[in-house]
Every structure is written in C-alpha cells, then in structure tokens.
Design a protein around this ligand. Structure first.
Ligand code: TRP
Ligand code: ZN
Length: 425
C-alpha cells in the first residue's frame, strides 16, 4: 500500500533521456519476502529497501524486489530506486490510437498514461486502488519549462538549468500523474469557487486559442454548486505543443494537445473528471463508465445550465440515434466492457444516458442528492458500480436494479424513461 511517491527527474530533451530517483513510502498489507513494482524499460542504477541494497530482477513489465530482510505485515518501508534510460518511441497498442506513458517529441515531452502507461516512466504500484500523494521534481535545460500535477514552485538549479517542484498532497491514482516539458507560458486566470486556475500554454499559442479556455472558472463554479467543493488545490490545463487526438483529465492539470479548436464540451468533461474519476477513482477498469459516463453527463449538465434543457435533450436523442443505428440497437455491455475497448463511445454516451435515465426515474431533487452524496462519500477514495447502485437504492428508497441491469449489463439499448414506446423520434 503506497502512501507517497517522491519523484526526482532529470530530463535531457535533446538526448531524449531520463535519469530518475524515486522514493516510495509504503506499508506492507501482508508479510513480504518479496514484492513487485510495475516498471517497463530503463536500466536500474541502484535499488534499496529501507537503506539496504535489495535484489532485483525484471520480468514482463514487472520489477521484482527481494529486500535483504523480509517486511512484516503492517510495517512501513521505503523503496529507493535510481534508474535511467530513454522512454517512449513505442507504438500504439490497439486500445488507443497512440502509445501511452512518456513520449518525447521535438521540443519537449509529455506523459499520458491512462489506463496502464505509468510503468513506462515511473516504477509504481500501477493500479487505481493504490492511490498515493506525490512530489514531482523535474530538472530541465533552459528554455524548457515543466508543468506537472498540483501546485508548482521553482527551486535552485545548476547554471543553465531549472528545477520545478510539483506537490500533490491529495491521493492520486498512478495514471493521473503527468509531466509536460516544452517552451511553455504559465498564465494565472484568477480564482473560481476559491480555487486558483492556472494554465500552461505553448509560448507560440495564439491568444484566440487560449481564450477558448476562458469559461473554466464559470464551469468550476457551476460544478461546485451541484457537486460540492472542488477536491484539489488548483485547476487548469496544460497544452502540449503536439497534436493529440484526445484530452486527458490528469489531476488538477488536464492535458490537451494542439488543436484548431478546443471543444467546450470536452473542456467541461475533463473538469468534471476531477470529481468523477480523480477524487472518486475506479476500483477496477471494468467500471470505466463511472468515469466516462459521469464526465460526459456532467458536460451535458453544463450545457443545460447554459442553454436550457431542450438542446441537451436534442443532444441525448442524437447520441441515442447513433447508438441505435450503428449496430441494430445494440452496443457492448458498458458495465462489463472488453479489456481492449475501454474507451468505446458507448461507454461515454450510454454511460451518460444511464444517468439521464436514472434522473427521469427519480426526478431532479433526488438525482442531484444522489450525485452529491456519491461525491462526498467516496471523496479521495475508490468506488465500484455496485457501490453506486447501492447508494442510489439508499437515497431513492427504491429498487432500481432493473434499470441499471438494462442500461449497463444488456447489449440492447433500452428505451429512455419518459420517451414512450417510439423513443422520442
Ligand atoms: N479519459 C480520457 C477522456 O477524458 C480518454 C483517454 C483515455 C485518454 N486514455 C487516454 C486520453 C490517454 C489521452 C491519453 O475521455
Ligand atoms: Zn473522459
């Protein structure tokens, strides 16, 4: 059970090389004669457990560690690992159209790991159940800048170099850790709902493009009003100066790539993930709809707040029609998606529709009470689909298992409550 990661990275962008020192503070949840960390690539320079050199071996993405002395159940211990190498250059592996983990590009580097790319830059217990706090220190050559999760400060560095320190004192799942290195400009955009907003943009990013993020503060205020306090110390985006086909909700600092246009729905979606996915994490990847369905529905709620219920209803009908038309009224079972298709659009859309169906069934007051209670009860922790269903049963005092079964666990897309037999067309 990892409590904290202290990560010290020395990055040579020109040579595309990383040299790292990581200290992991953990507690043994069972007696350990040996244990594994997830780690891919790199050469291990040294590894100590509680200051004593430990034996290591590598096997298929795992770093196996045998400490000099076995660790007793409940005992705290620290692992210090020093390693170096050249990450990245990997091919997309089918789940997503690009490679996960650490990627260098001309002029910098970025990290995008969801779901399982963290081990390609950080030896870790790479599972969202094992959340931990982080301090990331990144040393780069001038003129590079490093953006990373949480509040950032700068500390002294050798001549011609800069060291940035990022602190994440709230629990964070491994896949949400990020570093972006580039010629970046830090922009403070005031505070909203008491939360400082800071963005990192490529130095040459035009003002008009930067302005597309100007509604972030209003969004933060709206989501705070329906969901309760924003769970972290800051929010904002980092735009890496390369094209990326997706945005990623890296904790407190959503990652975008260069684009002609930044979609307001996506900006709201990634912010909503800070509650749904980041503060409340998955317990198992099968429950990915708890992230993507909720963030997608939250972005629809934002549009409802801005433009009223009608355009949102039209949007839900449009998603419904696409799902109905694309495969004879069926999709994958979004409550049990195949491991190689976690980010299928059905997870996003049908997940959002599941919440919309619940809302039609229980009405607005109970629906929003359910969301707020869910956010509060599982804050900084983990939940499962069953946890959410149990909470719905509790708050609504109704048996809605059939609704969840139809929306999450059957291929046939159900009728939306309130749309009638000919669903709304
Ligand atoms: N969670 C992202 C979203 O908001 C999608 C995603 C999954 C992703 N894995 C990623 C984006 C890796 C970028 C990189 O929908
Ligand atoms: Zn998402």
């Amino acid at each position: 059970d990892v409590h904290s990661y202290a990560v010290d990275l020395d990055v040579d962008v020109a040579a595309r090389r990383l040299q790292a020192d990581v200290t992991i503070s953990a507690v043994a949840s069972q007696p350990l004669a040996a244990f594994n960390l997830d780690m891919e690539g790199f050469d291990i320079v040294s590894l100590e457990v509680d200051g004593q050199p430990a034996q290591t071996s590598r096997l298929a993405g795992e770093l196996q560690i045998a400490p000099a002395d076995p660790i007793g159940q409940g005992e705290a211990f620290t692992v210090h690992v020093s390693y170096a190498g050249s990450p990245g250059g990997l091919q997309a592996d089918g789940l997503l159209p690009f490679a996960l983990g650490w990627q260098f590009f001309d002029g910098g580097a970025y990290v995008a790991s969801e779901p399982d790319g963290t081990s390609r830059w950080l030896p870790s217990n790479d599972h969202p159940l094992d959340k931990a706090t982080y301090v990331l220190r990144v040393t780069v050559d001038e003129p590079y800048d490093a953006a990373c999760n949480g509040l950032r400060s700068e500390t002294t560095a050798p001549e011609g170099r800069r060291t940035f320190v990022c602190e994440m004192p709230q629990p964070m799942a491994t896949y949400l850790a990020t570093v972006v290195i580039a010629d970046l400009e830090l922009e403070h955009a005031g505070t909203a709902a008491g939360v400082p907003i800071r963005n990192y943009f490529p130095a040459d990013m035009p003002r008009t493009a930067r302005q597309e993020f100007d509604r972030t503060g209003e969004m933060l205020e709206y989501f705070t009003s329906i969901l309760g306090a924003y769970p972290f110390d800051a929010y904002g985006v980092v735009v890496a100066p390369i094209e990326l086909p997706f945005a990623l909700e890296t904790q407190t600092l959503t990652l975008f790539g260069i684009a002609d246009h930044y979609d307001e729905g996506t900006i709201a979606h990634e912010l909503a993930h800070q509650w749904f996915g980041n503060s409340i994490s998955l317990s198992r990847w099968q429950d990915i709809w708890l992230n993507e369905g909720f963030a997608t529905y939250a972005s629809l709620l934002w549009f409802e707040h801005r433009f009223g219920a009608e355009p949102v209803d039209t949007e839900i009908h449009a998603m419904y029609r696409v799902l109905m038309d694309s495969n004879d009224g069926q999709t994958m079972r979004i409550g049990a998606p195949p491991a190689d298709d976690l980010f299928n659009r059905a997870v996003y859309w049908r997940g959002a529709m599941t919440l919309h169906a619940l809302r039609q069934e229980v009405g607005d007051p109970l629906f929003f009470q359910i969301l707020r209670t869910y956010v509060e009860r599982f804050r900084y922790g983990n939940a499962t689909t069953d946890d959410f269903i149990a909470l719905v049963q509790e708050i609504s005092a109704r048996d809605l298992r059939a609704l969840f079964d139809a929306w999450l666990f059957q291929e046939k897309v159900p009728f939306m409550p309130g749309w009638g037999a000919e669903p709304g067309f």
